[in-house]
Design a binder for this molecule. Structure first.
Ligand SMILES: NC(=O)c1ccc[n+]([C@@H]2O[C@H](COP(=O)([O-])OP(=O)(O)OC[C@H]3O[C@@H](n4cnc5c(N)ncnc54)[C@H](O)[C@@H]3O)[C@@H](O)[C@H]2O)c1
Length: 669
């Protein structure tokens, strides 16, 4: 298809003639059938809601079709309207536009829906089982049309995938403001999500799915490498960090698929179980897994050899993770570090496959008999925790990987609580990400080259290395190790062939690093060293972006971890300091109602105005969280904040006075 036809199709939006129905494509990974939750009247409402995107002459045909989709899949995806052209990140000038910033957003949306990137592309799900960009194809078509015609004096408003429309604004305002799954607080249970999503009035945006900031599994490889590296350091001290250590976990999906690659970069043996062969095959074909087995006996033999030879090897086990934990306990295989990355934020609808059922049996049962399926999930979690407990009694370091494993296991009645009611095991944020990274402002900063040209990405990598090396020289001792790890990461990033989809890079950096790197990119765009603008952004899973008591804010101990002021303030603050788009989400990672998170995207176009905005916005975007973490008395954050205030005129933050605990203990005996 020529670029001209592609542009015309984008600008047309919803076609004026009914397109032919599209055959269901079985070669693609599809979302599981969703729970049949609506009453008869609500089903009518869902079809009525869906039809409002189309002119009356389509209604007769579409009403039947949409009612069938609702019956067969539990949702109305409007499959017929999926475009004929290939959806993928293209150079921004291939998109039709009046605002180049809007074209960059089109590129980011396209990447999130690319067949090679997205988990269930035809259901508009990017990752995490239910992380949606849009609820249906009509929303996609309309949004792209709006973006193609908007100017730099309009703002597009997105309500959970639905483009409410273009509103007049001004050049410095965000071009797009996104909210996903924001509910009146009492209507945020899991079944509420199923119901309102089936009605077509809300969606689960995950973190970077509904905010157009997903950059493939690379986005998570860096964070996972940091986590595994520091977990190994925790168990064995620096000198023993490499060689023959065993890491066991589950999941080779959107984010979890990063585990074998990250484990290899960290120099350990990894065994990752995955029940879905399609997911496993994708990672194997990408070269992110070295070996595959589906026989537990073979797995045991292979791991013994790898340990003996101190190999660095990643092994995928095609089967249930419960089998791995149990077999390794029976066979006395010592696991150094263990975790779990099944999608337990979504336990009843395909996020967790219980032991004892085949993959197909589970898929059928979760829709046909949800109550029985729930029982299987709970039983399996109890079994899994029993096996994990046998390992940790022998010295395994187990941590929750932010997938609500501890939470769901406790709800299932597993033996996962200490006598004081706290979880037996830490979350990775509590032990590693929080105190090592977030409290110092380090988080998953990222960028995407709008030229879509790998040579531009190489140039940005070299610029970032130079900036980081310069900053390392004057870094305080306590962040030097991280800086060195991150410089190592970016040096190796090109060689590790991490790009899937758009020409993107992730790099954990602090406020100073993010500002310095973004400024250097903006200058390189201005000077024509980089051919087209660069988009900067981050995962919501960051210093300030997310309030999530069992994950990002699990190392906040002043009682405020159940509040969400930080994430909401962050998005508001980013929006008036120059972000090109902002988003605020309910749900992401750990489940609907369990987290509020937000993020931004900013297009670096080389202009002086952008140079000014990036400094202001990135400074707030990181320091908001540092200030909150400092107020919660987190030592690393208090240190970082004081350093920041020394160099930033105009910043005056309330600092906590520390109290002697003995004084309180004496009074409140
Ligand atoms: N990687 C990270 O840094 C990170 C950070 C925070 C949270 N998480 C969480 O990790 C979870 C996984 O994310 P994802 O994007 O990979 O989701 P995903 O749904 O794409 O992948 C999960 C995979 O687990 C497999 N699986 C489910 N039950 C299994 C079982 N019992 N045994 C073996 N395999 C099983 C599924 O088939 C699926 O492929 C999510 O809850 C996410 O929020 C990850």
């Amino acid at each position: 298809m020529t670029t001209d036809i592609f542009r015309r199709l984008i600008m047309q939006g919803i076609p004026s003639a009914l397109p032919h129905p599209r055959p269901f494509d079985n070669s693609i990974n599809h979302a599981p059938r969703r729970k049949d939750i609506l009453t008869k009247d609500e089903k009518k409402l869902a079809v009525r809601n869906a039809l409002r995107y189309f002119p009356g002459e389509f209604h007769k045909v579409l009403a039947i079709e949409f009612a069938e989709e609702l019956k067969d899949y539990g949702r109305i995806y409007m499959y017929r309207f999926r475009p004929e052209y290939e959806i993928k990140a293209r150079p921004i000038d291939d998109y039709p536009y009046r605002s180049r910033n809007a074209a960059a957003i089109m590129m980011m949306i396209s990447n999130n829906l690319d067949n090679a990137v997205a988990q269930h592309p035809h259901e508009l799900i990017t990752y995490g089982g239910n992380g949606a960009v849009f609820q249906n194809w009509a929303q996609y078509l309309l949004t792209m049309k709006y973006l193609s015609e908007m100017t730099d004096e309009q703002t597009l408003v997105m309500y959970s995938g639905h483009p409410l429309g273009l509103f007049p604004s001004h050049k410095d305002a965000p071009r797009v403001v996104v909210s996903n799954g924001i509910m009146v607080p009492n209507y945020s249970s899991r079944d509420d999500l199923e119901r309102f999503n089936a009605l077509g009035v809300t969606q689960y945006g995950q973190m970077t799915a509904g905010s157009y900031m997903y950059i493939g599994p690379q986005g998570i490889v860096h964070g996972t490498t940091i986590t595994i590296l520091n977990a190994v350091r925790k168990t064995s001290g620096r000198e023993g960090a490499r060689g023959g250590k065993l890491f066991v976990s589950s999941g080779l999906g959107g984010m979890s698929g990063a585990q074998p690659k990250a484990a290899s970069i960290a120099g350990v043996i990894s065994v990752i179980a995955e029940v879905n062969y399609k997911a496993l095959k994708t990672r194997y074909e990408q070269g992110w897994i070295d070996e595959v087995t589906e026989n537990a006996g073979d797995l045991v033999r292979r791991v013994r050899i790898a340990k003996e030879k101190k190999e660095t090897v990643s092994i995928a086990f095609h089967g249930n993770i419960v089998e791995v934990w149990e077999t390794f306990a029976d066979e006395d295989i010592f696991i150094d570090i263990g975790s779990d990355q099944t999608s337990l934020h979504n336990p009843w609808a395909g996020g967790y496959y219980p032991a004892g059922l085949s993959f197909e049996e589970a898929n059928t049962m979760m829709a046909a008999d949800p109550d029985l399926f729930r029982k299987h999930v709970k039983k399996s979690l109890v079994r899994q925790v029993d096996a994990i407990n046998r390992h940790t009694a022998r010295g395994t370091y187990f941590f929750d990987y932010g997938n609500a494993f501890l939470l769901e296991a406790s709800r299932a009645g597993a033996d996962i609580l200490n006598p004081d009611g706290e979880f037996r095991y830490p979350s990775y944020v509590q032990d590693i990400m929080g105190p090592v990274c977030f409290d110092y402002g380090f988080g998953p900063f990222r960028w995407v080259c709008c030229s879509n040209d790998p040579s531009d990405l190489e140039k940005t990598d070299s610029i970032a290395i130079k900036v980081m090396e310069r900053l390392l020289k004057k870094s305080p001792a306590r962040i030097k190790e991280q800086m060195t790890d991150n410089i190592h990461w970016i040096r190796e990033a090109g060689r590790n062939r991490l790009v899937v989809g758009s020409q993107a890079r992730i790099l954990y950096t602090d406020a100073e690093g993010r500002i310095a790197i973004a400024s250097a990119f903006n200058k390189a765009v201005r000077d024509g060293i980089i051919k087209a603008p660069v988009v900067i952004g981050r995962d919501h899973h960051d210093v300030s972006g997310t309030d999530s008591p069992f994950r990002e804010t699990s190392n906040i101990y002043d009682g405020s971890k159940f509040t969400a002021d930080m994430a909401v303030q962050n998005v508001i603050g980013d929006s008036f300091r120059g972000a090109t788009w902002v988003s605020l989400h309910n749900g992401g990672g750990v489940g609907w109602g369990e987290v509020i998170n937000g993020g931004f995207g900013m297009v670096l176009d080389g202009s002086p105005a952008t140079g000014r905005k990036l400094k202001m916005m990135l400074h707030w975007d990181v320091n908001n969280g540092i200030a909150r973490r400092s107020w919660a008395r987190n030592e690393g954050a208090m240190f970082t904040l004081k350093r920041e205030m020394e160099r930033t005129p105009g910043m005056k933050v309330t600092l906590p006075n520390l109290v002697d605990d003995n004084l309180i203990n004496d009074i409140l005996k």
